[in-house]
Design a protein around this ligand. Structure first.
Ligand code: 15L
Length: 277
C-alpha cells in the first residue's frame, strides 16, 4: 500500500495544537497538504503545503479549499467546552460545510471527534464504539452530531468517514484521568495516516487512545484500517495516579472537568440510566 495519498489532503484546524503536529509530520512524510484555519498559521508553512485563512462558517470558502482533495482531515472548530452560541457556527454549520464539500469532491472525512461525546459515563464503565452518546456539554453534543452526520452522509451519499473519538492528545500525561485517555502524538499521526490510506472504511468510530492499561474503551473499527497504538501512559502511573481534583463530579465521570462546567444537579444522578451494552 502507498505511504502517502495520491491526491491533496485538506487539513482544517491547521493552526491548533493537533493541526500543527499533523501539518508538520504529514508534510515531512511527503503529503500534499491544503492547510486552513480561522487563525493564522503560527509556523513556517512546510514544503508541499499551502495555507489559507478561512472561517468554517463560510461554505463557499470551504468548497473552494476542498477542490481536488480526496481526504478532509477535519480538526477545525471549537475544541473545548464553550457556550452554545459560540459552538454553533464552527461546529454545527461548519461541519455541514465540510460534509457538503466531501460529497462534491467524493472525499473521505477523517473527523476529530472527542471523548466528550460520552463524557457522562462513569469511569469504571468500559465502552465499545456502539455505546449510546452521553455528551458532557455543548462541545460534546457538537462532536456527537458530527459523528451522526457522518453516519447519514455514508448511508445517503456514500461519503466515507472515520470518526476519531480522541481522548487527551497532548505532549505530557498531566493528571490521573489522562492515564486512561492519553493519545501520544506519534499514535495520533499513525492513526490519521491509516484512516486516510486504508482502502475502504465505510463509516467507522475509533477510540483515539494509546495502549493505556487504565483505559476506559474497548471495541471499535481499528482493524478495518489496520491501526494499533504503540505508546502508553503507563510509565507515568507512579507520578500521576494521585493527581486528582477535589470535585466528586469531575472524578466520577470519563469527561472529567468538562462535566462540571455549568453543572446544576443538586443530587448526583442515578447510575446507568442508559446501561452500556
Ligand atoms: C478534548 O476534546 C479537547 O479538545 C482537549 O483540549 C482536551 O480537553 C480533551 O478533550 C480532554 O478530554 O482532556
Amino acid at each position: 500500500m502507498a505511504d502517502r495519498p495520491a491526491r491533496p489532503v485538506l487539513l482544517t484546524g491547521a493552526s491548533g495544537a493537533l493541526g500543527r503536529v499533523l501539518a508538520r509530520t504529514l508534510a515531512a512524510a511527503g503529503w500534499s497538504l491544503q492547510l486552513t484555519d480561522i487563525l493564522p498559521f503560527p509556523d513556517p508553512v512546510p514544503a508541499g503545503a499551502s495555507f489559507t485563512q478561512a472561517d468554517l462558517a463560510d461554505g463557499v470558502a470551504i468548497l473552494r479549499l476542498a477542490e481536488g482533495c480526496r481526504t478532509i482531515l477535519h480538526f477545525g472548530g471549537v475544541s473545548v467546552e464553550r457556550p452554545f452560541t459560540e459552538v454553533f457556527a464552527p461546529n454545527f454549520l461548519g461541519l455541514y460545510h465540510i460534509y457538503e464539500a466531501a460529497r462534491r469532491e467524493k472525499a473521505r472525512v477523517v473527523f476529530a471527534s472527542s471523548n466528550h461525546t460520552i463524557g457522562f459515563y462513569e469511569r469504571d464503565v468500559r465502552l465499545d464504539h456502539d455505546c449510546q452518546f452521553r455528551p458532557d456539554g455543548y462541545y460534546g453534543v457538537s462532536k456527537a452530531y458530527g459523528e451522526l452526520m457522518g453516519r447519514m452522509y455514508w448511508d445517503k451519499h456514500g461519503v466515507e468517514n472515520v470518526n476519531l473519538r480522541i481522548g487527551g492528545s497532548r505532549p505530557k500525561v498531566d493528571d490521573a484521568r489522562t492515564l486512561s485517555i492519553y493519545l501520544s502524538y506519534a499514535d495520533l499521526v499513525r492513526l490519521v495516516t491509516r484512516a486516510t490510506l486504508a482502502p475502504h472504511v465505510g463509516t467507522l468510530v475509533i477510540w483515539g487512545a494509546s495502549n493505556n492499561s487504565r483505559g476506559f474503551w474497548g471495541k471499535d473499527g481499528r482493524d478495518v484500517i489496520g491501526w494499533a497504538p504503540e505508546d502508553s501512559a503507563d510509565p507515568f502511573i507512579p507520578e500521576q495516579a494521585g493527581n486528582v481534583s477535589n470535585s466528586p463530579v469531575e472524578e466520577r465521570y470519563q469527561g472529567g472537568r468538562y462535566c462540571t462546567i455549568g453543572y446544576s444537579r443538586a443530587e448526583p444522578s442515578p447510575r446507568e440510566i442508559f446501561p452500556p451494552r
